[in-house]
Design a protein around this ligand. Structure first.
Ligand SMILES: [Mn+2]
Length: 225
């Protein structure tokens, strides 16, 4: 698992990620915060699959844009650099990937997509994408499609939502796997790889009460075994 790494803070991991991976049958290994390629390669080799966690904003430079929000974007290019290397190596090895929140945004931006930099400014709607606690409480619907719909066996799911950025244009290497009623892509996958799934919500807060969210974590672990 890639650590949650923000400027001026030690890298850390929120316990729900660890609990979710364990509940799905996995053994979490948290990477150190580093851009040192040999270190990252050793951790990738020892991991059966990689979780790209939530956290800080993606630098608009990663997808060839500037801040369009007058300073509401708070990037941390060092984390983008670390994750770019890990993504490239993991895709090369075709190891499974699960992206969560920032993880979806990052994978999309790194593979040629673009982002809404701040939803309230650039895509305002009546839907609450930045909820307050408790994060175990779903706040909006999504409509699953493709492999997520197969897994869920339902036309709508309720999810939590803790993001002010989102996919604007989807990478040509990804396919949408869920949309929200206001038209945002809330999940995507990479058809050319064994298992690359990314979701905009947080299954790690939902898996205890939501069989579908536990099944998403289990699908990632099963693909990693
Ligand atoms: Mn949302």
């Amino acid at each position: 698992m890639l650590p949650i790494w923000d400027p001026d803070k030690e890298a850390r991991m929120f316990p729900p990620y660890l609990e979710g991976i364990k509940a799905a049958g996995g053994s979490p290994l948290v990477f150190p915060e580093t851009t040192h390629k040999e270190t990252l390669k050793r951790y990738i080799e020892r991991s059966d699959g990689i979780v790209f966690t939530g956290g800080y904003d993606i630098s608009p430079a990663l997808y060839g844009m500037k801040d369009e929000t007058g300073g509401l974007v708070e990037p941390f290019p060092k984390r983008d650099e670390m994750e770019s290397f890990v993504l490239e190596e993991t895709l090369r090895a075709d190891k499974p990937i699960l992206g969560v929140c920032r993880g979806l945004q990052f994978i999309n931006a790194a593979l040629g997509g673009t982002l809404y930099q701040d939803l309230p400014i650039q895509h305002s709607s009546g839907i609450k994408h930045q909820q307050e606690e408790p994060f175990e409480e779903p706040v909006h619907d999504i409509m699953p499609e493709g492999p997520l719909k197969e897994l869920a066996g339902k036309n709508t799911l309720k999810v939590n939502s803790l993001h002010h950025q989102a996919v604007r244009t989807l990478s040509p290497e990804l396919e949408p796997m869920a949309t929200s009623p206001d038209g945002l892509i809330e999940a995507a996958y990479m058809p050319s790889r064994t298992f690359v799934w990314a979701v905009q919500w947080h299954p790690e807060f939902l898996f205890r009460n939501s069989p579908v969210n536990l099944a998403i974590l289990q699908a990632f672990i099963d693909a990693s075994l």
